[in-house]
Unconditional design. Structure first.
Length: 239
C-alpha cells in the first residue's frame, strides 16, 4: 500500500467518533512500511491478550488483575523501555514495539491499554507531563502504572515526585494532571513526539508525514495548518 493510501486510511480511522486506538497507533509509522500487514499486528495483540487472560481470570482483586497484565507483558513476554536509544522513531511505532519488544512510555502504554481492553480491564491513558502513564480501575479507585518501568505502580507521592522531575521542582499534583486522556489526545501526543524527533534530525519528508496526520486530528488548529503549508512548500522545493 502506498504512503498516500496509508494517509487516507488514517483519515478514515480517526474520522470516527470512537475510533480503534490500536488501528490508529499501527498506522503511525506506516509511511516507512507501506506493505506491512497491519491487521496481523492486531491479531498479535489479540494473541497476547489470549495469553494474558488466564492470569487475569485467577486474580482475586483489581490490583492483582492490573499486575497480572504487567507481569505478562514485562516479565513473561519481555517488553521493556528503550533506555539505550530513546529517540529512535521506531519506539513510537506500535508495530515495531511488537516486533522489537521495546518502546517509550506512550507506546508501551498503548500496548498495555489494548491488552487490558481485550482482557476486560478498564484502563485509561494518562497524559502526564513528560511521561505518559496508565491508570486502571480497581474497585473504587485508580491504580497508576508506568509501563516504561515494567509496570511499576505509582502512589500519590511517586506521581508528585515524577511531576516535579518532568516539570518544575515546585509543581503540585492536580486532578487535571492525572485525568484520562482521550484516544485523540493519545494519538496526537505520539505524533508530536515524532515531530520533535524528525525535526531534530532534519527529516523534512517524515516531518510532513507527521504534520499531515496532526492536521487531520486537529483540523481547527491554526498553528498546525500554518506549519503544514510552510513544510509542504519546503518539501516541494527539494523535489
Amino acid at each position: 500500500m502506498e504512503t498516500a493510501a496509508r494517509l487516507s486510511q488514517f483519515v478514515d480511522v480517526v474520522g470516527r467518533d470512537d475510533f480503534a486506538l490500536d488501528q490508529a497507533a499501527l498506522l503511525i509509522g506506516a509511511w516507512d512500511y507501506p506493505e506491512r500487514d497491519l491487521e496481523a499486528y492486531r491479531d498479535q495483540l489479540g494473541a497476547i491478550a489470549d495469553y494474558t487472560q488466564p492470569f487475569v481470570d485467577v486474580a482475586t482483586s483489581g490490583i492483582l488483575r492490573a499486575r497480572a497484565v504487567s507481569d505478562c507483558l514485562f516479565d513473561r513476554l519481555g517488553f521493556r523501555g528503550n533506555t539505550e536509544d530513546y529517540y529512535d522513531p521506531r519506539n513510537s511505532f506500535l508495530s515495531d514495539v511488537l516486533d522489537r519488544k521495546t518502546g517509550i512510555p506512550i507506546s508501551l502504554s498503548v500496548l498495555y491499554l489494548e491488552v487490558a481492553r481485550r482482557v476486560g480491564l478498564l484502563a485509561q491513558g494518562v497524559n502526564f507531563p513528560g511521561h505518559f502513564l496508565v491508570r486502571v480501575a480497581i474497585e473504587d479507585a485508580w491504580l497508576f502504572i508506568d509501563p516504561y518501568t515494567r509496570g511499576r505502580t505509582l502512589a500519590p507521592a511517586d506521581l508528585e515526585a515524577l511531576l516535579r522531575k518532568t516539570t518544575t521542582p515546585s509543581a503540585v499534583l492536580e486532578p487535571s494532571v492525572i485525568a484520562a486522556a482521550s484516544k485523540r489526545q493519545i494519538v496526537s501526543r505520539i505524533l508530536v513526539n515524532l515531530a520533535g524527533i524528525y525535526g531534530r534530525n532534519g527529516d523534512l519528508p517524515r516531518s510532513l508525514d507527521v504534520l499531515e496526520r496532526l492536521a487531520v486530528l486537529e483540523p481547527s488548529n491554526p498553528r498546525i495548518a500554518r506549519d503544514l503549508t510552510q513544510l509542504r512548500e519546503r518539501v516541494d522545493g527539494l523535489n
